[in-house]
Design a protein around this ligand. Structure first.
Ligand code: UDP
Length: 220
């Protein structure tokens, strides 16, 4: 396997990356690509290898001879994903979407580049999702939702229908987002954080953190 073959990377070799790597490996296996063409890229790992895959730095990845370079950014922090997406694009690395085999996508789902769909994620019908979305284990997105760029779902997020989630929002483990109405969606504002287990019954302004049931803005 040499320069005439593509090289694939999972960017980030910590908790998120180690959860994405087996999904990435399985995708490549199904496509007949050998596992040695799949590496971790990490800017500060002290290790040379984890879970059987090499860890290399960004410069080494880009310099490694390959017909194409692909990377999925497996880092939960959305701002970091945005910064690294730019860096990768400038270096000519193509964004890569990694899906677990046990995911369901129904009709008219538009999923932006560079997403991670973990096992048992369901995207139902008529959904639009932006770039570098992370949907962790068992999360779902129901009908008629619009999700922006660099949005992160921790595990088991229940995003019901007619919800709008703006760029860089973070939805914590087990949060429930109440269904909006056609023409009057429930909106999670840009950069808002929804705490774990929160039950969100009304729109959340940009930049705030909400917690509890019913979810309220956290005073700092
Ligand atoms: N990382 C990186 N480049 C960056 C920022 C982060 O390589 O510009 C790596 C970092 O070294 C670490 C991983 O990404 O190995 C992020 O790990 P962390 O545990 O903070 O987050 P998670 O894996 O939970 O998303």
């Amino acid at each position: 396997m040499t320069a005439s073959n593509p090289l694939f990377a999972v960017y980030g070799a910590s908790g998120c990356g180690r959860g994405v790597m087996p999904l990435a490996r399985a995708m490549l296996e199904r496509a007949g690509v050998p596992a040695e063409r799949l590496v971790f890229v990490d800017d500060s790992s002290a290790q040379a290898e984890v879970n059987g895959h090499r860890i290399i730095g960004f410069d080494a990845f880009v310099a490694e001879s390959a017909v194409e370079h692909y990377a999925v950014i497996a880092i939960a922090d959305g701002a970091t994903r945005e910064r690294l997406a730019l860096r990768l694009a400038e270096a000519g690395v193509k964004p890569w979407t990694v899906r677990a085999r046990e995911t369901v996508e129904m009709d008219q789902v538009v999923l932006g580049e560079g997403a991670v769909l973990s096992p048992f994620v369901t995207l139902t019908s008529n959904i639009t999702i932006g770039k570098h979305f992370h949907a962790n284990l068992y999360s779902y997105v129901e009908h008629d939702c619009v999700i922006g760029d660099f949005v992160t779902f921790a595990p088991a997020v229940r995003c019901n229908g007619n919800v709008v989630i703006e760029d860089h929002a973070y939805i914590g483990t087990g949060a429930i987002l109440r269904q909006g109405k056609p023409g009057a969606p429930l909106v999670i504002g840009r950069g808002a954080v929804v705490g774990m287990g929160a039950v969100v019954t009304k729109s959340v302004p940009p930049g705030v953190t909400v917690v509890g049931n019913p979810a309220r803005v956290l005073d700092r």
